[in-house]
Ligand binder design. Structure first.
Ligand SMILES: NC(=O)C1=CN([C@@H]2O[C@H](COP(=O)(O)OP(=O)(O)OC[C@H]3O[C@@H](n4cnc5c(N)ncnc54)[C@H](O)[C@@H]3O)[C@@H](O)[C@H]2O)C=CC1
Length: 446
């Protein structure tokens, strides 16, 4: 690999992230279908997967014509799901107004709950309401929904959420919906929402209770180093106050002492280390409360809070597919963790797994992590590094096709979106393209 980064032509500005109502991706809650009797969730449908293996047949010509393994049609939505979606369709054009009304009700009728929310109700406010709606919308997809809600319930422990708060939130949610879905709201709809909300909150409460048996709601972590890489990017290393379990590729929520109750997500930039230290790559973005504080203010000795690790951007070590890693800007952080993870699983001699690593930035100076990657390139014969200045997905597409590869992407939402399209076009099936939930990426690192 030559030292010179690949430079791709960008036609004018790279399109800004536009769609603030991104669909959840495969790691999210999926495509709600099925039953939904309110308090218990239905048996999961069979998971979609690769084409199932066909039995060996000595002479196919003598057999019955083979039955093609078509995916089964999605089950019919339940009556409750239909009613819930009807409400959601009606409120979609006025979602902002419904959100404001919901919080106004919550804080007027339950003022004690105000302290759970940050002073600035920007991102957090959107997230709570979106999560509620997402969960309600997908109440029929028990397998993915169950995992999503359990994660949500566990994640809420760091906010100080308690079981007794759920009815208050539910009451205000339904009142806000009833007030704005005037054409479709009726007794049956209300009953469907009550059943859905009861089921959703019970899963969250149970998951939080179970988690509380063995895990703290948050971790305190002392900053041990602050390495300013560019005027707006820093690599921050922290020491949690107790063992912090996570898998390479995951992320966590971070709160700084300067903006209490404002939590933002950052990926771990390392695999678990024997000294228990964790590192994060942070770019201070405009109007970024937490990112600005971490880059401009945090210094060794400061103490931040961490939520539990979450996310599914993890490498499967039971297969030996070649790996294609795409890290855009500070999105290189989880990719770093994944490369360390692969290195740990790679014997020093003999078998190895091929890794193609694309690392992109808008300007050469923004390739702030080249030192580490050059070291890797020299140490790991199985790794090929492709630094890219400019449009990363276009560069990856130009180097393709990539049949047989499994891909991992991390970076700006627009890059991940167009990266997925470029990889799909270059021969990688959708189920082998991994990235964090697009909805989550909206709130990353702000
Ligand atoms: N798990 C994840 O996916 C992680 C995501 N991030 C996110 O990554 C982002 C990194 O931002 P910066 O460092 O400012 O990166 P950046 O804006 O400098 O872009 C990095 C690379 O992505 C390309 N790119 C950017 N927007 C694009 C678009 N719309 N279409 C195609 N290519 C595009 C750029 O050309 C460049 O090669 C942050 O938004 C952060 O929140 C950060 C860490 C982990």
């Amino acid at each position: 690999m030559s030292d010179a980064p690949i430079t791709t032509r960008t036609e004018g500005e790279i399109p800004a992230v536009a769609d603030a109502r991104a669909e959840p991706d495969g790691h999210g809650v999926g495509n709600g279908v099925g039953v939904g009797n309110g308090v218990s969730l239905a048996k999961p449908p069979l998971p979609p997967g690769d084409e199932p293996p066909r039995a060996a047949v000595p002479d196919e010509a003598q057999q019955e014509p083979p039955v093609r393994d078509e995916p089964p049609p999605p089950p019919e939505p339940s009556p409750d799901a239909l009613l819930i979606r009807r409400t959601l369709d009606e409120i979609a054009p006025v979602a902002d107004r419904v959100t404001s009304y919901f919080y106004a009700l919550l804080f007027v009728y339950f003022p004690d709950l105000r302290v759970l929310f940050p002073g600035q109700m920007d991102v957090q406010r959107d997230r709570l309401f979106k999560s509620l709606l997402t969960a309600a919308e997908h109440v029929d997809n028990p397998q993915k929904l169950g995992a999503y809600l359990a994660q949500l319930g566990r994640g809420h422990r760091k906010y100080g959420t308690r079981a007794e708060y759920y009815p208050a939130v539910g009451e205000c949610l339904l009142a806000a919906l009833a007030q704005h879905a005037t054409c479709t709201w009726d007794e049956d709809t209300e009953a469907a929402w009550v059943r859905a909300y009861t089921a959703v909150s019970q899963i969250m409460i149970d998951a939080a209770d179970e988690d509380a048996r063995h895990t703290p709601p948050w971790w305190l972590a002392e900053v041990v180093s602050h390495d300013q890489r560019t005027s707006d990017i820093a690599i921050i290393t922290v020491r949690p106050d107790q063992h912090y379990p996570f898998t390479p590729g995951q992320y966590t929520a971070v709160e700084t002492p300067w903006w209490p109750r404002v939590w933002r997500h950052y990926s771990f930039a390392c695999a678990p280390r024997s000294d228990n230290l964790l590192s994060f790559h942070v770019r201070a973005v405009p109007a970024g409360w937490v990112s600005g504080a971490l880059v401009q203010r945090a210094r060794p000795g400061d103490v931040i809070r961490l939520g539990p690790a979450t996310g599914n951007l993890t490498v499967d070590h039971d297969t030996d597919n070649a790996l294609l890693f795409l890290g855009g800007g500070t999105g290189i952080a989880p990719i770093r963790a994944l490369v360390e993870d692969v290195a740990k699983h790679t014997p020093s001699v003999g078998w190895h797994r091929r890794v193609e690593l694309f690392y992109g930035a808008r300007r050469p100076d923004d390739l702030y992590d080249m030192d580490t990657q050059r070291r890797w390139e020299q140490a790991y014969p199985w790794l090929t590094l492709h630094p890219v200045v400019g449009d990363l997905p276009a560069a990856v597409g130009q180097h393709g096709p990539w049949p047989g590869f499994t891909a991992y992407l991390a970076g700006p939402l627009g890059m991940v979106r167009s990266g997925v399209a470029a990889l799909a076009a270059s021969g990688i099936p959708e189920q082998r393209i991994h990235h964090d939930s697009l909805e989550e990426l909206l709130y990353y690192g702000k």
